[in-house]
Design a protein around this ligand. Structure first.
Ligand code: DGL
Length: 269
């Protein structure tokens, strides 16, 4: 692994790779240590207690591995385990979640009333965290949310660029819940992989919020503030990918995002 302190990024599986890629694009000199908890996915169907147990274990591992910041690249973990992760990590290492930066971004950009759709896993939607965060900011956003539990597993199975997610989305969107929205949050880090299928079902005026880029921007500001930005050219060889169960799907997806030349390792925590 690189001698520079990496940015720790984790998810239940491949979804967080969408965030890791956005971080790499914005901060190409920063090495990333990615952990995909493939042995325990889907997180979206687990209880908050179990999501907390898995997430804190991974956070502990990332801190022990020398990470200088932790990105919780999973909405289900961000919504159900953030306080537990922050307590585990301690005050010296910043923790960036998927919900807060996106809520701030939308609230900032919504001057008059806006209707925003949210799709995510059962665990994310049931937590109500997005709603609470918008309320806490006295935002003008009216949030309309819907759990879309079949999607993450289908994507994890490699069904993206495929007719299956389109059919599943058709079924979820058929009740016209999202008829009047101005924008939609893909509230699961797996969903950017089916962004075009979501767009197909919505009027062209609806903007699809790019959560991975917003989170990467937040990470950059935090690292700049604590003066932890790298200025040494590091490129891809600095990245390291670990999973709790090394599956063919994960290998395929990691290569889809980062090319063939990457270090993949199975680590049982
Ligand atoms: N990618 C994860 C999220 O953002 C969860 C998918 C899952 O494991 O259910 O919620």
């Amino acid at each position: 692994m690189s001698s520079l302190r990496p940015i720790g990024v984790f998810d239940s599986g491949i979804g967080g790779l969408t965030v890791a890629r956005a971080i790499h694009d914005l901060l190409p000199e920063e090495p990333i240590l990615y952990f995909g908890d493939t042995a325990h996915l889907p997180y979206g169907e687990k209880s908050p207690e179990l999501i907390q147990r898995y997430s804190t274990r991974i956070a502990r591992h990332l801190v022990k591995s020398g990470c200088k910041a932790i990105v919780v690249a999973c909405n289900s973990a961000s919504s159900n385990a953030l306080q537990a992760i922050i307590s585990e990590v301690g005050p010296k290492i910043p923790v960036i979640d998927m919900v807060t930066p996106v809520v701030k971004h939308l609230s900032h950009n919504c001057i008059e009333a806006c209707q925003v759709g949210l799709i995510g896993t059962r665990a994310t939607i049931a937590s109500g965290l997005y709603h609470r965060c918008f309320n806490d900011l006295s935002s003008n956003v009216e949030l309309i949310s819907k759990a879309t539990p079949l999607l993450a597993s289908a994507i994890e199975e490699g069904f993206f660029n495929d007719s299956i997610p389109q059919a599943v989305l058709d079924a979820y969107f058929s009740d016209n819940t999202f008829n009047n929205i101005d924008s939609i949050i893909l509230g699961c880090t797996h969903y950017p992989l089916i962004k075009s299928e979501v767009k197909n079902l919505l009027p062209s005026r609806v903007s699809v919020i790019d959560s991975p880029s917003i989170v990467a921007e937040t990470l950059k500001s935090v690292l700049t503030e604590i003066e932890e930005i790298e200025h040494v050219s590091n490129q891809l060889e600095g990245h390291h990918f670990q999973v709790s169960d090394l599956t063919e799907n994960f290998k395929f997806s990691a290569r889809h995002f980062f090319g063939d030349d990457l270090t993949l390792e199975e680590v049982v925590l």
